[in-house]
Design a protein around this ligand. Sequence first.
Ligand code: MGD
Ligand code: MGD
Ligand code: SF4
Ligand code: MO
Length: 879
Amino acid sequence: MDFPKITRRTFLQASAGTTAAAALAPRMLHAMENELGGKDFSPVTAAERKAIPVNCHVCNIQDGAIAYVENDRVVKLEGNPEHVSTRGRLCAKGNSGMWYSYDPDRILYPLKRVGARGEGKWKRITWEEALTEVAAKLDAALKEDPNTIMLKYGRNRTGGTIDRFMKTLGSATVLNHTSVCESSKKVGQEPTWGPDIETPDFANAKYVLNFGSNILEAAYFHNPLSQRIAEGRVDNHMKIVTFDVRLSNTAGFSDEWIPVFPATDGAVALAIGHVILREDLQDSAFIDTWTNVTVDELKAHYAQYTPEWASKISGVPVQTIERIAREFATTKPATLFTYRGPAKHLYGSYNEKACMMLPIMTGNVEKRGGYCLPRGMGWPQPNPQPPGPKHDSVLAHPPEYPLASHKVSHLVPFWIAEGRQKINVAFTYQDNPVYTNPGAQAVWGKLYRDEKLIPYFISMSSHMGEETALADIILPDCPYLERWEPESMPNSLWPWLGIRQPVHKSLGESRENRVLLRDIIWKLDPDGSRGMKQFWAFKDGEDYMRHHFDNVPGLKEAGGLDFLKKHGVWPIYGTLDPKTGKVTDKTGREIQAEYGLYRKELSAADMEGAMVDAHGLITKNGKAIGIRRNGRNYVGFPTPNRVINVRVDEWAEYGFNPMPTFKRIPWHETMKDDEMILSTFKLNVHKQSRTAAVKWLAEIAHSNPAWMNPETAKKLGVKTGDLVRVESPVGYLVTKAYVTEGIHPQVISIATGFGHWEYGRLATLKLKDRKGDASHGEEDPDLNNVWWDDKGVHPNAIIPAVADPIGGSQGWYDTVVKVTKAGPNDKYGDIHGDWDKHYAAYKETMRYAYTGDLHRKMHPEMAAWAGPESVKPKASGGH
Ligand SMILES: Nc1nc2c(c(=O)[nH]1)N[C@H]1C(S)=C(S)[C@@H](COP(=O)(O)OP(=O)(O)OC[C@H]3O[C@@H](n4cnc5c(=O)[nH]c(N)nc54)[C@H](O)[C@@H]3O)O[C@H]1N2
Ligand SMILES: Nc1nc2c(c(=O)[nH]1)N[C@H]1C(S)=C(S)[C@@H](COP(=O)(O)OP(=O)(O)OC[C@H]3O[C@@H](n4cnc5c(=O)[nH]c(N)nc54)[C@H](O)[C@@H]3O)O[C@H]1N2
Ligand code: SF4
Ligand SMILES: [Mo]
């Protein structure tokens, strides 16, 4: 792929902002369908196309979409103009979503492996045969121990069905993908203010600090937030400062790009806080009223984090830190956004916490243009509900990581290999760790190939991803345009409920997941005597949705599920004005969000029978319901003590610093001159492992040369297009160089999403490899038109497992590598990853867990810490 050439650009400044902003101005984006209020017509017959609203699921932002259908075929996808967050627009990936349905290599029938695991030989079987076999395996496993049944999911938007399935079986061995995603961001935030994410009010902000989020290309809420950030930039003359190791399109769109040294955002954020407090620019009333520390305590604590200290670590000049601190504290309203840049490191939770302190200490929380709490909506689960499992699972809640409330699933292969827990049956659902996790093929690939460790492996996938290729049996799920799912995402300042509904008949014999899981349970408990069937008493996906939506107050009166089937989203806040791109009320004025959620006052009825303690905490029937401040009763923040916990006492229980702090990555401190940090990033038109087979997107971007700075390239004697060898402690790869000033000189960065060895013919570029077993979709003549022969090189095999001892996150951006010009025996695409070396890296990272020997070394300030009496696993969530 060709990246745009950057001509003259000084290293510390980015000036592309103004033009980029103009190109993005929402008022210039007119979709014809929006002008017509969501209608569309066939250009051939002029007949109106069927317009069916859904929520997009190409990525996890769940934008509101409309599928335009002719003769049961989706001909176009556009944004739903009634959707308050999406406002009638989808990104390129969302526009291409029908290629999940029409991928010619999609799996359409249940398949059983013949031949060795991973050999690629399959036999088509009937659903009856498939369900009978799966039920028999589950039955045997249940007799031994329900926890020997493992289910690992990636993107799970079933709205509770997967949990219901595992609870019905009585197994706690449920794993997710959150530790390779953003878990340390979540764990950095949750104990501090309650939720696991913020909603920045970009449209109304005057100043934005962006730490490591690629809002315009990836990031959570990428489509809704890019619209708002363009509005703030153009209409509100907001200033944006982006910290990133590389010049992402978001950094290019910003007023300033600060190329920070990897993993040091926390130090910069602490130093910005130091200047704010030193110069008395903080919001003292907010700190004293709404947090669990005083201004004096904060000042005393921050005194150590000088700009000089942070500058040495991060490479950001002292004057820059001081100037940004003053600008941020004195420009109101201001907001901050982070995503995976600061979080995906050994001490990612500390980084996130240090960043979120800036809007807190300046009182920008829950204000118009500020840093707001997320707004979401829930739905009830069908009754009766299965009880939870009897015993916890050591794989789901490892005792070494008691604070990692979103699990540490990327370490599980090592734990299974060590015999921590026996597995009889493993399910995979929308998850591809064999490609997406550290070690990739060399770690999860090795585990899933091992029939002793994983005796029976079931994939519930629609596509032949790298993990599904290793399965014993495939139960084909429906892609998102063929299934029912409840939805809600806090992706703008207005809460909403939405659905996915089938927009065309499902192809082949694929079955949507909730029906597929029901059928497994019905097979296991045909007459209900095992007590399982009662939890799965629904006719089909639509019937299941009625249980969720027909009794939600407000929605019920509007028509419940029938309203959602027609509109795709509820509530509808106003009408999209296609000229401005904004949602307006009946008078034509833009709708306004509600702010100050924590300041909502409790009613007299709420206070009846309530008690108030010495700290002002208001409890009723043993539950905290609010906080009394200055004689008034507020709901406060959704934390147990209803205020913002700048000091997180629970962290101290395990020997971590409860106050905002920073820890350097020890192996970064000892880097040699010829070593660099390997970083990765996401590209705007691709989504993780799952879009490489989407032909429109693959044509736009199909390979991923390694970004490196001209200074670095010169030292190595390398120019764009030359082969380089990138060697880490666990393996090496050979790829092409892309030389650009838009990257920190000590960083080499490789995009993810390329270099597949499975996922069908287009992703692997094995175009003639059609398996003639009639188990796939209809042939696509465009496969004869593929003009590129470079599929890219996937970096994950050479990235070792790292786990944040607090948040459990994989340290994707921490790997020290040696980069050299490729030698005569190196070939493009060579990849070597080694289990033994990955295993050694896993052992090393566990030494940082609170139970490990390096933990105390990293926390000398906690010298007096005696350690908890016993290891206490905590409850967990997922996403
Ligand atoms: N197009 C597209 N959109 C997506 C996705 C996708 O695959 N493709 N995936 C979705 C998902 S699941 C997620 S979790 C989000 C992720 O959204 P983001 O977190 O916004 O995206 P990433 O590319 O993971 O990382 C963001 C940036 O962090 C930078 N970075 C790396 N190390 C550091 C560091 O130490 N400090 C700083 N400041 N920056 C650093 C990278 O160069 C990158 O530009 O995106 C979602 N949206
Ligand atoms: N180096 C590096 N690696 C990364 C990241 C990084 O920044 N750097 N980012 C990470 C992030 S943020 C995340 S969230 C993870 C994501 O990691 P995963 O959740 O493992 O990956 P996905 O690519 O989202 O999809 C997984 C699988 O879902 C299946 N699938 C696709 N559509 C459907 C469907 O409709 N139904 C069913 N049942 N299955 C389907 C496909 O087989 C696909 O392979 O990757 C991580 N990997
Ligand atoms: S950002 Fe794009 S792919 Fe993701 S939900 Fe929105 S439209 Fe779909
Ligand atoms: Mo993610």
